[in-house]
Design a protein around this ligand. Structure first.
Ligand SMILES: [Zn+2]
Length: 106
């Protein structure tokens, strides 16, 4: 894996040599995964560096948290809805209690 810097500055994965690529060629290497060679002749391919990878993972994690939060909120509001309904429901409703008992006995 070679280091991926800004402005076409790269570090050879093999010898650690830091050198600059032509910005246009750098973009080509980045998008097409083209091979380029360091002054010592080592073939390098630009790969996503850890920072980019971590940033993407962080974004994905943030999105997941957002979705989970939405689900929790939805679950909470439906829970509150049922709680409200339960308290509003009169206690002395014989039919409801009987059907509940039947289900337990089954
Ligand atoms: Zn090298």
């Amino acid at each position: 894996m070679s280091g991926l810097g800004n402005d076409g500055v790269v570090t050879c994965y093999k010898c650690g040599m830091t050198f600059a690529l032509d910005p246009g060629f750098f973009q080509l290497c980045k998008s097409d995964k083209r091979t380029f060679y360091c002054p010592n002749g080592h073939g390098n391919v630009l790969v996503e560096n850890d920072q980019d990878k971590l940033r993407k993972e962080l974004e994905a994690a943030k999105l997941e948290i957002l979705n989970l939060r939405k689900r929790v909120e939805a679950a909470r509001s439906s829970e509150e809805f049922w709680k409200e309904r339960a308290t509003k429901e009169p206690d002395s409703k014989p039919s409801g209690k009987i059907s509940q008992k039947r289900e337990i006995d089954r």
